[in-house]
Design a protein around this ligand. Structure first.
Ligand SMILES: Cc1cc2nc3c(=O)[nH]c(=O)nc-3n(C[C@H](O)[C@H](O)[C@H](O)COP(=O)(O)OP(=O)(O)OC[C@H]3O[C@@H](n4cnc5c(N)ncnc54)[C@H](O)[C@@H]3O)c2cc1C
Length: 539
């Protein structure tokens, strides 16, 4: 396991109050040969099978979408998160991240793939009964059937638990499903749906519903982007669902929905990171070849600065994604569990739900920045169909809307941290009190020790960011008490501070490690010639 060398497994949110050692942080530089192999497989699949067919997919050719899912399935890309006992590969979450990153360059297909793999296969792995797994997983994994996830409705998007779709329990234990879902990815052609509804009035429940039982699709939505992915309403009129198709338990649908979203948000962050890397490559290539005033535009400082800023922001996103994946994998590895049982992964994603929300918000916003600059670097060519830059912008905009809008995720970040603090799971309150005492006490000189070597200044700045974050958190809790949930402006700022702390620290720890290992490598290389010289002398 790549994470076996993790020295400390921080709990979710603990980085706010604990310094982290660079050695404990997983980074892309630590990918194993196995990770790199699957990354190449996913990349080749996207480059050679998907990207050349994007225009065809955008004509709503869902037969092609199915064919591509099957091709991906044949390469094992659907089974990364699925235990081997059910036909998957049972690989770690770093692999999941690597695959999502690579799929990002074909955003429309990425959405199709995500709704199938992350929002249908993953809920089955995490919550399905043995019979449900045996019945559906093999066909989902082979791409024979396609999945979709139906949570949103016309009247309930962010307020997902306000769903009005109803399931009435029948005498034989089955359910009669009535209602309508909205905006469902793969809605036009999926065969199996994870549908959230209220059973007997108010018990929020997830059901596995087959299209063949009478599910109807609405018309395709006319969207701003993602034209190559299907988005429709789903209509249920007296659809009979057998008793054994409850996913998890009646009344436990919120557990399914929220836990699946923790995982899906992390993967969406990964797709955003991957999309940004692809766009930087496009910008760099264009800047090197487009000439104005007799020279490549890439030689102008303004353009260099843009590309530098795109790289810096993407580096931070990549760093926090790999750090989170490392933490999740380490947590799973440290939890005694049966390899076929999804409970350890479930607990790990619950533990790092704050980090998953950060990945989603920071990833989608960094991506939009990068894609906008990509258009700018392309000039007029960025605004027309002939180049992919404009399509990227349209495709990416929805990342800030689905899987919980960025506002909802921003509210969740401090909300979850405070809830953990109040439960005693995260010692934020004592840390905030200690900070208050420190601030009221005599001024302390900043340590001039060599914290982090070359990046000591940056690490000291991050330590100060953490103090700022704790101060704001403590003061907000003190000032507003239980009414803090109503103070959204404050919560949004608290989220932004937490996002910046996690991003900055992840990037600096990674850079520090690379610097140190690079220095060690350089030292080794400097020694080598002397060895060769001596050998030469001996010869
Ligand atoms: C292309 C696409 C694909 C999708 N795929 C799926 C899918 O496969 N399955 C599925 O179930 N859904 C899917 N969705 C739906 C998506 O998850 C919802 O659009 C999203 O959750 C937002 O809900 P809404 O559109 O009702 O917006 P609303 O909830 O009405 O939000 C409108 C605005 O108000 C803000 N807001 C709402 N509540 C609060 C609050 N309490 N505090 C502060 N601000 C608030 C929001 O942040 C947003 O800015 C998809 C949507 C799109 C566009």
């Amino acid at each position: 396991m790549p994470t076996s060398t993790e020295t400390t497994i921080l709990r979710g949110g603990e980085w706010l109050i604990q310094p982290s050692e660079a050695d404990s942080v997983f980074t892309p530089e630590r990918l194993t040969e196995e990770h790199r192999l699957i990354a190449r497989t996913a990349q080749d699949f996207v480059d050679h099978e998907v990207l050349p067919k994007l225009d065809q997919l955008e004509t709503k050719d869902w037969a092609l979408a199915r064919e591509l899912v099957k091709l991906g399935a044949g390469l094992g890309l659907l089974g990364v998160d699925v235990p081997e006992a059910y036909g998957g590969l049972g690989l770690d979450k770093v692999t999941s991240l690597v695959v999502s990153e690579r799929l990002a360059r074909a955003a429309s297909f990425g959405a199709t793939f995500g709704a199938h793999a992350n929002l249908t296969i993953v809920p089955l792995v995490l919550f399905g009964s043995e019979a449900q797994k045996q019945k559906y997983l093999p066909r989902l994994l082979s791409g024979e059937i396609i999945g979709a996830y139906g949570l949103s409705e016309t009247g309930s998007g962010s307020d997902a638990l306000g769903a009005r779709t109803k399931a009435a329990r029948q005498a034989d234990g089955s359910f009669l499903l009535n209602g309508e879902k909205m905006w469902i990815t793969n809605g036009g052609f999926a065969d199996l749906f994870v549908i959230f509804c209220k059973v007997d009035g108010d018990q929020f429940t997830a059901l596995l519903v087959e299209r063949g039982w009478g599910v109807k699709s609405g018309k395709e939505e006319h969207k701003m982007g993602l034209h190559g992915s299907s988005t429709t309403a789903l209509i249920f009129q007296d659809v009979k669902v057998p008793a054994e198709n409850v996913l998890s338990e009646v009344g436990k649908g919120h557990k399914v929905a929220f836990n699946v979203l923790n995982f899906a948000r992390f993967k969406l962050g990964a797709m955003c990171g991957g999309g940004a890397i692809g766009a930087i490559a496009e910008s760099a290539k264009y800047a090197a070849t487009r000439r104005q005033f007799g020279q490549p535009i890439g030689s102008f400082g303004a353009i260099k600065h843009k590309i530098g800023e795109m790289v810096v922001r993407t580096y931070a996103i990549e760093s926090l994604l790999y750090r989170t994946a490392g933490l999740v994998d380490a947590r799973i590895a440290a939890t005694p569990h049966d390899a076929n049982d999804g409970s350890a992964a479930l607990a790990a994603f619950e533990e790092y739900a704050v980090e998953a929300s950060i990945a989603k918000v920071a990833g989608s916003e960094a991506l939009d920045f990068v894609l906008d600059e990509n258009v700018q670097i392309h000039g007029g060519n960025g605004y027309v169909h002939d180049y992919p830059a404009e399509r990227h912008v349209r495709d990416a905009r929805v990342n800030r809307i689905f899987e919980g809008t960025n506002e909802i995720n921003r509210l969740l970040i401090p909300g979850m941290l405070i809830r953990r603090a109040l439960k005693g799971d995260l010692p934020l309150i004592p840390a905030a009190k200690a900070l208050q005492d420190e601030l009221l006490g005599p001024p302390s000189m900043p340590s001039d020790g060599d914290a982090g070597g070359a990046l000591g200044d940056e690490l000291r700045a991050i330590a100060s960011f953490k103090k700022t974050s704790l101060m704001v958190l403590g003061l907000a809790m003190q000032t507003f008490g239980t009414k803090l949930t109503d103070e959204q402006e404050v919560l949004m700022h608290m989220a932004d501070i937490a996002i910046d702390v996690f991003s900055a620290e992840s990037a600096v720890l990674r850079a520090g490690r690379i610097h140190r290992e690079g220095a060690a490598g350089r030292a080794t290389r400097r020694r080598r010639p002397r060895v060769r010289e001596r050998r030469g002398d001996a010869d």
